[in-house]
Design a protein around this ligand. Structure first.
Ligand SMILES: [Zn+2]
Length: 242
């Protein structure tokens, strides 16, 4: 399984960087975890239009899904010249109705359904994208319904925190993973809101150590915050074998 970090920014962009977007590829199957602003443009640096089997969204904060909107407009434009591939789009329970309501405001009620094969995942029930099995686990993130992803292929496991407060659920989602891609948005946990929504770097390391995962990749980290060299920090364009 290969990871390509497309975008690694927190809720505001690091200089020159896209928001959340992580491409995973195994045996010719490709899934994009989250699709924040800037991700589509980055994907178009290597292909006129992205070739993905599926996109899976952790939650509906804009920095994790915003580029689904221009994905629609680009697909509509390209469709005037011939058929365009329709990727699967996996969203949380109730996500289909959420996207229809958004479509009513942003363009057409069915704009997302016309662009993607829409499906809603069930918590803790794996769904299959070619050779990749994805499991979504609910994690605490302020008061917004949010999921972490665990992706398995050919015996390799990648865990992705999405956005999460410190929690047992997050630790279990990353249990014994080969690679744990974990957010570290905060300088200190005490600076978070109530209920908690994000991790400091220390809390990300604590979750990593408690999980037994083999390798930690820190992401969603503001450029404004220090990250000691001993930690592996995600950047747009980073490619890793899992
Ligand atoms: Zn969020």
């Amino acid at each position: 399984m290969r990871l390509n970090v497309i975008g690694s920014s927190p809720a505001w962009p690091n200089p020159g960087s896209a928001h959340s977007g992580y491409m995973l590829e195994a045996d010719g199957s490709r899934v994009l975890l989250d699709c924040g602003p800037g991700v589509l443009g980055r994907l178009r640096e290597t292909a006129m239009w992205p070739e993905v089997d599926a996109i899976a969204i952790t939650h509906f904060h804009l920095d994790h899904w915003g580029d689904l909107v221009p994905w629609v407009w680009g697909t509509f434009y390209l469709a005037s010249n011939g058929p365009v591939a329709k990727p699967a789009l996996w969203v949380q329970p109730g996500g289909g109705a959420f996207l229809t309501a958004l479509g009513e405001r942003l363009g057409f009620p069915d704009m997302f359904e016309r662009t993607f094969h829409l499906s809603e995942y069930e918590p803790d029930v794996p769904f299959q994208i070619g050779k990749l099995a994805v499991t979504a686990t609910r994690v605490p993130h302020y008061k917004l319904e949010t999921y972490a992803f665990r992706v398995q292929s050919n015996g390799a496991v990648l865990a992705y925190s999405g956005d999460s407060a410190p929690s047992r659920e997050l630790v279990e989602a990353a249990r014994d993973a080969d690679l744990f891609v974990c957010e570290a948005t905060l300088l200190r946990g005490e600076l978070d809101g109530e209920p908690r929504g994000h991790l400091s770097l220390d809390e990300a390391v604590e979750a990593f150590e408690a999980s037994g995962a083999k390798r930690l990749l820190v992401t969603h980290r503001p450029r404004e915050l220090p990250t000691p060299d001993e930690y592996e920090l995600a950047y747009d364009g980073l490619e890793l074998e899992v």
